[in-house]
Design a protein. Structure first.
Length: 242
């Protein structure tokens, strides 16, 4: 029987509230999302975002972080509120709104030998529970929409990096390939990165210039740039490149 609730005035009210983190990471040249397999109804055996019910003394973001750590072992991450989903028919257990949060992290923080969680490519998802496919889609759209207008990728690159390193990260997130010179020009115009005056040593060929983010705190572009022209979709199934 679905869960039901009424408020003090006798009106139907949500029977509970959940919070879920949409945790994304580039892996092997493709964008992935962190999922866990459900053991309990509804949809046992299906995959889902690692969220759960809020307790009465928690904020939604605290629930999302707690459930992420409990179910995957991933520690504290920066969570940005994505959206609230309140469709009364979304969850078969009853009217249970959920607050979704977005995070972009390095996939290496997940210890596969210590967790039941798994990274799944966002363009090749398994059967999902509780309408989580739509939430993941919204998270991917938000991330890709911010890629060229913010420094959201700051945690995925070393403190000093080359343009080829940055381009591989941007291609994995966006799912498209960029022409190298256009990519460099537009990223420089964004105002998010700056040249350090140093070059990478030890690599064959002409030394590559090293760049750094102007700020390692969340920041927006000066909006002088635009996403560069693409060369087509990024190849699928590539091995990660150094």
């Amino acid at each position: 029987m679905p869960l039901t609730a009424r408020n003090s005035a006798g009106f139907e009210a949500p029977a509970g509230m959940t919070a879920v983190p949409v945790v994304l990471a580039p892996l092997g040249g493709r964008l992935h999302v962190l999922l866990v397999r459900r053991d309990d109804p509804p949809d046992p055996g299906a995959w889902a975002l690692p969220g759960g019910f809020m307790s009465r003394d928690e904020r939604p973001a605290e629930t999302a972080q707690r459930k992420l750590t409990e179910k995957t072992g991933v520690g504290a991450v920066y969570l940005e509120q994505l959206q609230t989903y309140g469709d009364p028919h979304r969850d078969p257990r009853g009217w249970i709104p959920t607050v979704a949060y977005l995070a972009l992290i390095d996939a290496a923080v997940l210890r596969a030998d210590e967790s039941q969680a798994r990274w799944w490519p966002v363009d090749d998802l398994p059967i999902l529970a509780l309408g989580h496919g739509g939430i993941i889609g919204d998270g991917v759209d938000r991330l890709r929409g911010k890629l060229w207008w913010s420094n959201i990728s700051v945690g995925l690159l070393p403190e000093r990096f080359t343009m080829p390193q940055a381009r591989r990260v941007f291609e994995a997130i966006s799912g498209v390939r960029y022409e190298p010179s256009n990519f460099r020009r537009e990223l420089e115009r964004s105002g998010l990165v700056q040249a350090t005056g140093l070059v990478a040593k030890g690599a064959p060929g002409r030394p590559a210039a090293l760049y750094e983010f102007v700020s390692r705190q969340p920041a927006w572009s000066l909006r002088r740039s635009r996403p560069p022209a693409t060369l087509g979709p990024a190849p699928r199934g590539l091995a990660a490149r150094p």
